[in-house]
Design a protein around this ligand. Structure first.
Ligand SMILES: Cc1cc2nc3c(=O)[nH]c(=O)nc-3n(C[C@H](O)[C@H](O)[C@H](O)COP(=O)(O)O)c2cc1C
Length: 203
Protein backbone atom coordinates (compact mmCIF):
# COMPACT_ATOMS: atom_id res chain seq x y z
CA UNK A 1 0.00 0.00 0.00
CA UNK A 2 1.08 3.58 -0.57
CA UNK A 3 0.66 6.22 2.12
CA UNK A 4 1.47 9.84 1.26
CA UNK A 5 2.18 12.21 4.16
CA UNK A 6 1.88 15.93 3.39
CA UNK A 7 3.39 18.40 5.86
CA UNK A 8 3.06 22.18 5.43
CA UNK A 9 5.31 23.08 8.39
CA UNK A 10 7.79 25.91 7.86
CA UNK A 11 10.03 25.81 10.95
CA UNK A 12 13.18 23.71 11.25
CA UNK A 13 12.61 21.46 13.15
CA UNK A 14 8.89 21.54 12.44
CA UNK A 15 6.20 20.50 14.93
CA UNK A 16 3.88 19.90 11.95
CA UNK A 17 6.37 17.41 10.50
CA UNK A 18 6.75 15.78 13.91
CA UNK A 19 2.97 15.30 14.17
CA UNK A 20 2.86 14.02 10.58
CA UNK A 21 5.60 11.45 11.34
CA UNK A 22 3.85 10.23 14.48
CA UNK A 23 0.56 9.81 12.61
CA UNK A 24 2.33 7.93 9.81
CA UNK A 25 3.97 5.64 12.36
CA UNK A 26 0.64 4.90 14.10
CA UNK A 27 -0.94 4.11 10.73
CA UNK A 28 1.98 1.92 9.65
CA UNK A 29 1.87 -0.06 12.91
CA UNK A 30 -1.86 -0.74 12.54
CA UNK A 31 -1.51 -1.66 8.85
CA UNK A 32 1.29 -4.08 9.79
CA UNK A 33 -0.94 -5.61 12.50
CA UNK A 34 -3.61 -6.05 9.81
CA UNK A 35 -1.07 -7.80 7.54
CA UNK A 36 -0.41 -4.94 5.09
CA UNK A 37 3.03 -3.64 4.14
CA UNK A 38 3.08 0.09 3.50
CA UNK A 39 5.34 2.35 1.48
CA UNK A 40 5.40 5.82 3.11
CA UNK A 41 6.21 8.90 1.00
CA UNK A 42 6.66 12.19 2.91
CA UNK A 43 6.09 15.49 1.08
CA UNK A 44 7.43 18.72 2.64
CA UNK A 45 5.44 21.50 0.97
CA UNK A 46 8.10 24.04 2.05
CA UNK A 47 10.41 22.53 -0.60
CA UNK A 48 7.72 22.96 -3.28
CA UNK A 49 6.63 26.51 -2.37
CA UNK A 50 8.24 28.15 -5.44
CA UNK A 51 6.88 25.48 -7.82
CA UNK A 52 3.39 25.89 -6.34
CA UNK A 53 3.50 29.69 -6.82
CA UNK A 54 4.82 29.16 -10.36
CA UNK A 55 2.07 26.76 -11.43
CA UNK A 56 -0.56 29.09 -9.97
CA UNK A 57 0.82 32.00 -11.99
CA UNK A 58 1.59 30.16 -15.24
CA UNK A 59 -0.43 26.92 -15.24
CA UNK A 60 2.73 24.84 -15.77
CA UNK A 61 3.94 22.65 -12.88
CA UNK A 62 7.70 21.96 -12.58
CA UNK A 63 8.74 18.31 -12.77
CA UNK A 64 9.23 17.94 -8.97
CA UNK A 65 5.72 19.20 -8.28
CA UNK A 66 4.30 17.08 -11.08
CA UNK A 67 5.87 13.95 -9.55
CA UNK A 68 4.35 14.77 -6.15
CA UNK A 69 0.90 15.41 -7.65
CA UNK A 70 1.07 12.01 -9.38
CA UNK A 71 2.22 10.31 -6.15
CA UNK A 72 -0.81 11.74 -4.31
CA UNK A 73 -3.15 10.53 -7.06
CA UNK A 74 -1.71 6.99 -6.80
CA UNK A 75 -1.84 6.85 -2.96
CA UNK A 76 -4.10 4.45 -1.05
CA UNK A 77 -4.24 6.91 1.83
CA UNK A 78 -3.14 10.45 2.68
CA UNK A 79 -2.15 12.22 5.90
CA UNK A 80 -2.48 16.01 5.51
CA UNK A 81 -1.05 18.24 8.26
CA UNK A 82 -1.00 22.05 8.33
CA UNK A 83 0.19 24.59 10.85
CA UNK A 84 -2.64 26.92 11.88
CA UNK A 85 -2.04 30.45 10.58
CA UNK A 86 -4.59 33.17 11.45
CA UNK A 87 -7.11 30.58 12.69
CA UNK A 88 -7.07 28.45 9.51
CA UNK A 89 -4.83 26.25 7.33
CA UNK A 90 -1.72 27.96 5.98
CA UNK A 91 -1.75 29.54 2.53
CA UNK A 92 0.88 27.06 1.31
CA UNK A 93 -1.26 24.10 2.43
CA UNK A 94 -4.36 25.47 0.67
CA UNK A 95 -2.42 26.35 -2.49
CA UNK A 96 -1.13 22.78 -2.82
CA UNK A 97 -4.67 21.40 -2.75
CA UNK A 98 -5.73 24.15 -5.17
CA UNK A 99 -3.21 22.91 -7.76
CA UNK A 100 -4.01 19.22 -7.18
CA UNK A 101 -6.57 17.92 -9.66
CA UNK A 102 -9.94 18.23 -7.94
CA UNK A 103 -10.73 14.54 -8.60
CA UNK A 104 -7.37 13.25 -7.23
CA UNK A 105 -8.70 12.58 -3.73
CA UNK A 106 -12.15 11.26 -4.67
CA UNK A 107 -12.97 8.33 -2.38
CA UNK A 108 -9.46 8.35 -0.86
CA UNK A 109 -9.02 7.96 2.91
CA UNK A 110 -7.51 11.16 4.32
CA UNK A 111 -6.42 11.85 7.90
CA UNK A 112 -6.40 15.56 8.73
CA UNK A 113 -4.27 17.14 11.45
CA UNK A 114 -2.88 20.51 12.48
CA UNK A 115 -0.47 22.19 14.88
CA UNK A 116 -0.98 25.55 16.53
CA UNK A 117 0.35 27.85 19.20
CA UNK A 118 -2.96 27.77 21.06
CA UNK A 119 -5.48 24.99 21.79
CA UNK A 120 -8.25 27.56 21.26
CA UNK A 121 -7.86 27.20 17.48
CA UNK A 122 -8.34 23.41 17.37
CA UNK A 123 -11.75 23.75 15.68
CA UNK A 124 -10.00 25.06 12.56
CA UNK A 125 -9.78 21.34 11.71
CA UNK A 126 -13.58 21.16 11.62
CA UNK A 127 -14.39 24.53 10.06
CA UNK A 128 -11.52 24.73 7.56
CA UNK A 129 -9.72 21.43 6.84
CA UNK A 130 -12.67 19.01 6.97
CA UNK A 131 -14.85 21.09 4.56
CA UNK A 132 -11.89 21.42 2.15
CA UNK A 133 -11.46 17.64 1.96
CA UNK A 134 -15.22 17.05 1.85
CA UNK A 135 -15.35 19.35 -1.18
CA UNK A 136 -12.59 17.21 -2.75
CA UNK A 137 -14.77 14.09 -2.08
CA UNK A 138 -12.14 12.48 0.15
CA UNK A 139 -13.19 10.03 2.86
CA UNK A 140 -12.00 11.96 5.91
CA UNK A 141 -11.31 9.83 9.01
CA UNK A 142 -13.54 10.68 12.01
CA UNK A 143 -10.68 11.62 14.36
CA UNK A 144 -8.85 14.82 13.35
CA UNK A 145 -5.72 15.48 15.42
CA UNK A 146 -4.74 18.91 16.74
CA UNK A 147 -1.50 19.48 18.64
CA UNK A 148 -1.08 22.80 20.45
CA UNK A 149 2.31 23.77 21.88
CA UNK A 150 1.24 22.62 25.37
CA UNK A 151 0.33 19.11 24.08
CA UNK A 152 3.93 18.24 23.23
CA UNK A 153 5.14 18.34 26.82
CA UNK A 154 2.32 15.98 27.81
CA UNK A 155 2.85 13.48 25.01
CA UNK A 156 2.88 10.43 27.25
CA UNK A 157 -0.38 11.61 28.79
CA UNK A 158 -3.60 10.07 29.98
CA UNK A 159 -6.90 9.25 28.30
CA UNK A 160 -7.62 11.29 25.18
CA UNK A 161 -4.27 13.10 25.28
CA UNK A 162 -2.21 13.64 22.13
CA UNK A 163 -0.72 10.13 22.11
CA UNK A 164 -4.20 8.55 22.33
CA UNK A 165 -5.59 10.77 19.59
CA UNK A 166 -2.67 9.90 17.29
CA UNK A 167 -3.18 6.16 17.87
CA UNK A 168 -6.95 6.37 17.34
CA UNK A 169 -6.61 8.42 14.12
CA UNK A 170 -3.92 6.03 12.80
CA UNK A 171 -6.20 3.04 13.49
CA UNK A 172 -9.05 4.73 11.65
CA UNK A 173 -6.93 5.57 8.61
CA UNK A 174 -5.48 2.03 8.50
CA UNK A 175 -9.01 0.57 8.70
CA UNK A 176 -10.23 2.68 5.78
CA UNK A 177 -7.12 1.88 3.72
CA UNK A 178 -7.70 -1.82 4.41
CA UNK A 179 -11.34 -1.57 3.33
CA UNK A 180 -12.84 -1.72 6.85
CA UNK A 181 -15.14 0.93 8.32
CA UNK A 182 -13.33 3.47 10.52
CA UNK A 183 -15.24 2.94 13.72
CA UNK A 184 -14.19 5.64 16.12
CA UNK A 185 -13.50 4.02 19.48
CA UNK A 186 -14.90 6.23 22.19
CA UNK A 187 -12.22 6.32 24.85
CA UNK A 188 -13.78 9.26 26.71
CA UNK A 189 -15.59 8.43 29.92
CA UNK A 190 -18.75 10.58 29.98
CA UNK A 191 -20.15 11.61 33.36
CA UNK A 192 -23.99 11.55 33.12
CA UNK A 193 -25.49 15.06 33.18
CA UNK A 194 -27.76 14.27 36.18
CA UNK A 195 -24.66 13.25 38.13
CA UNK A 196 -22.90 16.51 37.23
CA UNK A 197 -25.97 18.55 38.35
CA UNK A 198 -26.26 16.56 41.59
CA UNK A 199 -22.64 17.43 42.39
CA UNK A 200 -23.52 21.15 42.16
CA UNK A 201 -26.59 20.91 44.49
CA UNK A 202 -26.04 22.29 48.03
CA UNK A 203 -26.22 19.61 50.79
C1 LIG B 1 1.97 33.83 10.51
C2 LIG B 1 1.60 32.92 11.65
C3 LIG B 1 0.30 32.89 12.08
C4 LIG B 1 -0.07 32.04 13.13
N1 LIG B 1 -1.37 32.01 13.55
C5 LIG B 1 -1.74 31.14 14.51
C6 LIG B 1 -3.10 31.07 14.91
O1 LIG B 1 -3.97 31.79 14.44
N2 LIG B 1 -3.43 30.16 15.87
C7 LIG B 1 -2.50 29.33 16.44
O2 LIG B 1 -2.88 28.51 17.27
N3 LIG B 1 -1.20 29.39 16.08
C8 LIG B 1 -0.80 30.27 15.13
N4 LIG B 1 0.52 30.33 14.75
C9 LIG B 1 1.48 29.40 15.38
C10 LIG B 1 1.74 28.18 14.49
O3 LIG B 1 0.54 27.55 14.10
C11 LIG B 1 2.55 27.14 15.25
O4 LIG B 1 3.72 27.72 15.71
C12 LIG B 1 2.84 25.92 14.38
O5 LIG B 1 2.91 24.79 15.19
C13 LIG B 1 4.14 26.05 13.60
O6 LIG B 1 4.36 24.85 12.88
P1 LIG B 1 5.84 24.41 12.42
O7 LIG B 1 6.67 24.20 13.67
O8 LIG B 1 5.64 23.12 11.70
O9 LIG B 1 6.37 25.48 11.51
C14 LIG B 1 0.90 31.20 13.74
C15 LIG B 1 2.24 31.24 13.29
C16 LIG B 1 2.58 32.10 12.26
C17 LIG B 1 4.01 32.11 11.78
Amino acid sequence: MKLVVISAGLSLPSSTRLLADRLADATRRQLAADGHAVDIHVVELRDLATDIAHVMATGFPGSDLNDVLETVEEADGVIAVSPIFSASYSGLFKSFFDVLDNTALTGKPVLIAATGGTARHSLALEHALRPLFSYLHATVVPTAVYAASEDWGAAGDGADGLADRITRAGHELAALMGGRPATAENTESVVPFEQQLAALRPE
